[in-house]
Design a binder for this molecule. Structure first.
Ligand SMILES: [Zn+2]
Length: 162
């Protein structure tokens, strides 16, 4: 991945994330870019008590993970569903910044969860792949999809009637 390519993908990711209120992270494969770039910013989210602000990471890797907690997750790529997902509570990531410098990021809680969710996207793993039970742990969502503009109101009401 060339630096220019990474910067262009990062800018697209940031714009897309900012265009969707409530979106706290995005990974390159979600916008059709087959590169290992993620953007996460939980600073404006009510659950984002601990935050590094906006993180743009190239080739992020989980160097250390500890703990486990189940919490609700959603995803811009699957706007009509949320699910209970078990993730580590404390992580240390090894990544490269847009400036090419190596970064170590230690974090916990909601920010750690978001980073792990986005890193999963780089490997083609979705949050639904991580639920214990598709019948017990997956829930329909009615508002986010409408707010995000990803689906038309008509398709949402079809979902509601099911
Ligand atoms: Zn996602």
């Amino acid at each position: 991945m060339e630096p220019g390519e990474a910067a262009a993908v990062a800018a697209d990711l940031r714009d897309t994330m900012r265009a969707h209120p409530g979106c706290v992270g995005l990974a390159a494969p979600q916008i059709g870019a087959p590169v290992r770039v993620i953007v996460v910013d939980v600073s404006a989210h009510r659950r984002g008590r601990r935050s590094h602000g906006e993180l743009v990471l190239l080739n992020p890797r989980v160097a250390f993970a500890r703990g486990g907690e189940v919490a609700r997750e959603g995803c811009l790529s699957i706007p009509h569903l949320t699910a209970n997902v078990r993730r580590a509570t404390d992580v240390v990531l090894d990544a490269t910044g847009l400036d090419g410098a190596r970064r170590w990021i230690g974090t916990a809680g909601f920010e750690a969860r978001c980073l792990l969710h986005e890193i999963d996207h780089l490997d083609g793993v979705l949050f639904l792949d991580r639920v214990d039970s598709l019948s017990r742990d997956v829930f329909r969502r009615r508002n986010y999809a409408l707010a995000s503009g990803l689906v038309s109101p008509a398709s949402v009401s079809r979902t509601k009637r099911r």
